[in-house]
Design a binder for this molecule. Structure first.
Ligand code: HEC
Length: 164
């Protein structure tokens, strides 16, 4: 969007420039154009970088499928009901919106405790792909969920179950 706006601006400037032939083309020999060109380029790069990093690409999850995944992949170590206590891993009730390592009475590793991020859809999406890469030194013995859709389903379930 910003690229388009700048591009339009440049075309306009170009049309007004004495060097312009009046054609609505981007002329590199025009001073404004010269000034804007690197700027454009930077913006364009920033734009792509943003797109690549946007976790807007978390697919929409299905919490019913997520519940099944939780049962088979997480529940041997984690409970999610409020007040159900900790297992091998900490209780996950209230997880979304909480900082890492906050469950009372659970003996976290320093790595998990000091990661210091807030658990959101985005951070969970990254963590659950490869927990040991996201939190080096974690004692969570879980390789990760490679499939984007599995993670999205699980996160949809966590959003429901961790708050109800
Ligand atoms: C083999 C046991 C095990 C399995 C399976 C497991 N976890 Fe864990 N999990 C742990 C342990 C242990 C920790 C604490 C890690 C630490 O302190 O280093 C943990 C920590 C976490 C944390 C960080 C909690 C916090 O308060 O910071 C989240 C989130 C989490 N697990 C989610 C999951 C999800 C979702 C699954 C299923 C896909 C899963 N875990 C599967 C054992 C497990």
């Amino acid at each position: 969007m910003s690229y388009l706006m700048l591009r339009l601006l440049c075309i306009q400037q170009d049309a007004q420039s004495p060097l312009s032939t009046g054609r609505l083309t981007f002329r590199y020999d025009n001073r404004i154009g010269k000034l804007f060109f690197p700027f454009f380029f930077l913006l364009l790069l920033l734009h792509y970088y943003n797109c690549l990093n946007q976790n807007g690409d978390i697919p929409k999850g299905d919490s019913t499928k997520g519940a099944k995944l939780f049962k088979t992949r997480c529940s041997q170590c984690h409970k999610i009901e409020a007040g159900a206590g900790n297992g091998i891993g900490p209780n996950l009730h209230g997880l979304i919106g909480r900082k890492t390592g906050q469950v009372e009475g659970y003996d976290y590793t320093e790595a998990n405790k000091s990661k210091g991020i807030t658990w959101t859809d985005e951070t969970l999406f990254e963590y659950l792909e490869k927990p040991k890469a996201y939190i080096p030194g974690t004692k969570m013995a879980f390789a990760g969920l490679k499939k984007k859709n599995d993670r999205a389903d699980l996160i949809a379930y966590l959003n429901e179950a961790a708050t109800s």
